[in-house]
Design a protein around this ligand. Structure first.
Ligand code: FE2
Length: 350
């Protein structure tokens, strides 16, 4: 079987990514699938946070160079590409449209099909691909998202699919959300702690660097069933006396937030009886979170997996890979940007 080549664009938030994935689109999890090039540029973290218009300007300025670099690294030409995939949501409207125009222009110029990939789905699918865990319980942690997901047969979730859709999508599966944040994502929480403490960098990475050796303070721990909430914890952090050592604040913010995630994950693991745990999303790069989640998995006899570092944060590779899967399944053509689309709306046909 001839291999397909899919170009992927990512631009939902602070990162513009371009990548090329090659493989047997009908069997995307086989050994023939490979990411030929994966390049990206991230808008730097600043004290003012991310201003949507500035992010879009940054993406528009950088994407031509990234596109050239991607083809240069992969050693292929634009005419070799079979289909283009872009991240159609969820994300910031300004940024999404830059990726949409970049991808659509390329597709029109090469007269090839054009696919919309759900950003959250791509975070999960790239994890399933690299970790070879096909039916895992997923903890998806990033700035905008914090969810516990489980892949289930469509028949079990008829409420999400009408009869006509079900006939056209026989054999497909969908992700079910077992738990999620009731307010902000865990990554956003840690970024805001970093900004409040004026760390360098003023984000979750600053918190991670500052945390080792800190003491545990008394801060609110909010778990509701399999859901979590971070805004009360953030308010409590902001109300701590300014004399509180930053190291103690960072250590406690991480320990409390990650313990909340581990408790809900453990409940979901017992509920589903899954034998694999996949940690995905930008905050999956956090070594302390990896350590805690792997211990939960180990205690329940489940295999733990986390994608390679460069595929945890936002990247074009995950869009190109999921685009290859969708290309093989002929799913998701000609989608317009959608700021609010959710993972559980997508069908998994591969
Ligand atoms: Fe993301």
């Amino acid at each position: 079987m001839a291999l397909s080549l899919v170009l992927g664009f990512e631009s939902t938030a602070h990162t513009f990514g371009v990548a090329l994935a090659q493989g047997n689109a009908k069997k995307p999890f086989s050994a023939s699938t490979n990411v030929l090039a994966n390049v990206s540029k991230k808008y730097p973290s600043t004290a003012e946070g991310f201003i949507p218009r500035k992010l879009a300007d940054f993406h528009a300025k950088n994407y031509p160079g990234l596109l050239r670099a991607c083809f240069g690294q992969a050693g292929v030409s634009p005419s070799d590409v079979d289909a283009v995939a872009y991240s159609y949501g969820p994300g910031l409207g300004h940024s999404l449209h830059v990726g949409f125009i970049a991808a659509k222009s390329f597709a029109v110029s090469q007269r090839i099909p054009f696919l919309g990939v759900n950003h959250g789905l791509a975070h999960v699918e790239v994890g399933r691909f690299f970790c070879q865990l096909y039916e895992p319980l997923v903890l998806y942690v990033s700035g905008g998202n914090t969810q516990i997901l489980s892949l289930e047969n469509v028949a079990r979730k008829g409420a999400y699919v009408n009869k006509a859709e079900r006939q056209g999508l026989s054999g497909s599966k969908q992700y079910v959300t077992l738990g999620e944040t009731l307010d902000i994502g865990v990554g956003n929480f840690l970024d805001l702690v970093g900004r409040h403490l004026k760390l360098d960098p003023p984000d979750a990475v600053g918190v991670l660097r500052q945390a080792p050796g800190g003491r545990l303070l008394s801060l609110p721990y909010v778990v509701k069933g399999m859901n979590v909430s971070f805004t009360g914890l953030l308010t409590a952090v902001k109300r701590l006396p300014s004399s509180t050592p930053k190291q103690d604040v960072c250590f406690t913010a991480q320990e409390v937030a990650f313990s909340m995630l581990c408790e809900t994950l453990e409940k979901a693991l017992v509920f589903t009886g899954k034998k694999g745990v996949l940690l995905v999303g930008g905050n999956a790069r956090n070594a302390r979170l990896q350590e805690m989640v792997s211990l939960v998995a180990q205690e329940h006899g489940a295999t733990f997996g986390v994608p390679p570092f460069e595929y945890c944060g936002d990247n074009g590779g995950m869009i190109a890979l999921t685009g290859l899967m969708q290309w093989g399944a002929k799913y998701g053509f000609d989608r317009m940007p959608n700021q609010k689309v959710r993972v559980e709306q997508e069908h998994v046909l591969w």
